[in-house]
Design a binder for this molecule. Structure first.
Ligand code: GTR
Length: 354
């Protein structure tokens, strides 16, 4: 049986702790390297976003106190901000524990607008003493091929900003973070971004590009999320670009079947969140995402935390088995039974980590 080190060596990953110019990375210049990692990933994969707007205006359209058996306040809000082509607005739903003061908050980018939703168990979140703000991703940019003509995509010139839709969804999560800076109820040091699958990829990109997030929870994020692309099984760089080219910048397409030529791999994305916290969820039947490649990515990214004198990914010297749950360090990973979906089991992991 191979050790983790041997398995990682076989993948021939680009070096995490070496600058593009060949210089080695130290504890003192980690933040410079971290920014370089984000820049590489924007240039090659997710595209560049416009700068943050000068302000975000928030209006309440509906409010319900003492909802969920008295446990929460639900508010429908509209967030508006200036763009290159006028004002852009999107709705969110905020659910906060009744009389909350200094509570952790999850910014959840979800597939459906419903609150609650099968991926958004409001009562469990409230019972854990947390608030949540739900973004519905199609309100930001349509998850389909529309030539970047609608939503946020239409508000900027894509020749200038090369972003794909994942980067756009992440940009919206940062605008929610702008709003959260202004509220009294939130603990500003415990704001997490959470999402499943393509929106798990989005959660990682959000936290990598916005250091105000204390944690990213990426559930079953797989290909071009947490999973290493080199020698990955299931979904490949070629497959994801063939089916979802609009998630990324155009540059990414060139790497189909050429993963070993990429000047990055997905451990760069996980590491770009260090020294903050990352929680990765995987499911044993989710072979399209490839749990082993997700796990090995966490193993490789851990070096960033260790460089900073932190515990990174604390794990045994073997590949994961169902039921594994490792969270002794800043990188947490679990492998549960079952298929690709956002289970309560996954939520319970993330709720105890914030
Ligand atoms: C799949 C895609 C995956 C993952 C998933 C999802 O079709 O290939 O990368 O993002 O969709 O978002 O549910």
């Amino acid at each position: 049986m191979n050790t983790i080190e041997e398995l990682l060596q076989k993948r021939k990953l680009p070096e995490l702790l070496r600058f593009a110019n060949g210089e080695s990375v130290t504890r003192e210049n980690w933040e410079t390297r971290r920014k370089e990692l984000v820049d590489i990933l924007c240039r090659e994969v997710y595209g560049y976003a416009p700068p943050a707007p000068a302000h975000v205006v928030v209006t309440e359209t509906k409010r319900k106190d003492k909802d969920y058996a008295g446990k929460g306040t639900v508010r429908n809000l509209t967030l508006s901000f200036p763009t290159d082509k006028g004002e852009f607005s999107f709705p969110v739903v905020e659910v906060v524990p009744t009389d909350a003061g200094n509570c952790p908050v999850f910014v959840h980018v979800n597939f459906r607008p419903d609150v609650p939703d099968r991926y958004l168990p409001i009562e469990e979140i409230l019972d854990a003493g947390c608030g949540v703000i739900r973004i519905y991703y199609n309100d930001i940019a349509f998850d389909g091929e529309d030539g970047f003509t609608g939503g946020l995509a239409a508000m900027y010139d894509r020749k200038k900003y090369t972003w794909g839709k994942i980067r756009m969804w992440a940009f919206a999560a940062s605008r929610v973070m702008d709003y959260l800076q202004t509220v009294d109820y939130a603990d500003k040091n415990r704001i997490a971004v959470v999402g499943h699958s393509r929106l798990g990829k989005t959660a990682l990109v959000t936290a990598a590009t916005d250091p105000r997030f204390a944690m990213a929870c990426a559930n079953d994020s797989g290909c071009t999320g947490d999973a290493l692309s080199r020698d990955k099984v299931g979904e490949s760089v070629k497959a994801i670009n063939g089916k979802f080219p609009y998630w990324f910048c155009d540059t990414y397409r060139q790497y189909g079947d050429r993963e070993h030529e990429m000047p990055f791999d997905q451990h760069f994305l996980v590491a770009a969140i260090a020294p903050r916290r990352v929680a990765l969820g995987s499911a044993v039947e989710d072979t399209w995402a490839d749990p082993d490649s997700q796990y090995l990515s966490a193993c490789a990214a851990s070096a960033a935390w260790e460089l900073l004198g932190e515990k990174g990914f604390v794990h045994p010297d073997r590949l994961p088995v169902p039921g594994d749950c490792f969270d002794a360090g800043s990188v947490a990973f679990h492998l549960r039974e079952g298929t690709h979906f956002f289970s309560r089991t996954d939520w319970h992991r993330y709720l105890c980590l914030i």
